[in-house]
Ligand binder design. Structure first.
Ligand code: DC
Length: 226
């Protein structure tokens, strides 16, 4: 079968990365986590002392963009790729709550999106890629051969994110996780520039009651039937 492009979009913490990574390993494709790019950009801005509550926040962000260089490197121990910001591995730091709490305010900025989307198009131009995010099937690769729109119950997503953060030693409360997920869901679906919406030709995958293996097998079957 010819190499294809697989676009996975959906809400925060519904298991997009887990499924995308497993698919990439199974198919020998590359895996691109586009949320990590928005997160690394946000981390850079935090380090520069920028915050959405400040006057001229958007203008200051745009001025910083030229100094942000993003790349990915395969990490054999996680079987995924680590995110690099100006040659520094920031894979762990970009998952912190300080980044999660600001990333949606950064990703609404048109110039930020233009920069990220240009990189994503370049990374995926040779196909054989599983790319996950919010606007992959609608905006980055509208011609992707397979588009999955993932969702899961909020309670389940909260528990997953809570467990993930605690396993990494980030001891946040369930209330904080809930607030963050709800506010990101809202901002991601209501922003002007390429909001999170299901592409018309995307297949909805609600994984509230599905194991990782069941999800993988379901998508592999879809690929076989393409
Ligand atoms: O997938 P994630 O939770 O790591 O993504 C972090 C944020 O980045 C998400 O809340 C919105 C933004 N994002 C986006 O706007 N477009 C994408 N394609 C991916 C992520």
């Amino acid at each position: 079968m010819d190499a294809i492009t697989i676009a996975i979009d959906g809400y925060s913490s519904c298991g997009k990365s887990t499924l995308a990574k497993a698919l990439a390993v199974k198919l020998g494709y590359s895996y691109i986590d586009t949320g990590a790019m928005y997160r690394a950009t946000t981390l850079f801005l935090i380090r520069k002392g920028l915050h959405p509550s400040q006057e001229k926040f958007e203008q200051n962000v745009i001025e910083q963009l030229k100094d942000i260089h993003l790349s990915f490197k395969y990490n054999p121990s996680t079987k995924g790729s680590d995110t690099y910001l100006n040659s520094e591995n920031v894979e762990v730091e970009i998952r912190q709550m300080s980044v999660s709490n600001m990333v949606s305010d950064v990703s609404i900025i048109k110039e930020v999106r233009e920069k990220m989307v240009a990189i994503q198009k370049k990374l995926g131009k040779g196909k054989a890629v599983v790319m996950e995010g919010r606007d992959i099937g609608t905006n980055v690769f509208p011609d992707a051969e397979l588009k999955i729109f993932m969702t899961a119950d909020l309670e389940i997503r909260m528990q997953r994110r809570y467990d993930e953060l605690h396993s990494k030693g980030m001891l946040v409360s369930m209330e904080e996780v809930k607030k963050n997920l709800e506010s990101r869901d809202y901002q991601d679906t209501h922003r002007k520039e390429n909001p999170l919406i299901k592409a018309e030709d995307a297949i909805v995958l609600d994984n509230s009651d599905l194991s990782r293996l069941e999800q993988l097998e379901y998508v592999l079957k879809l690929i076989k039937n393409l």
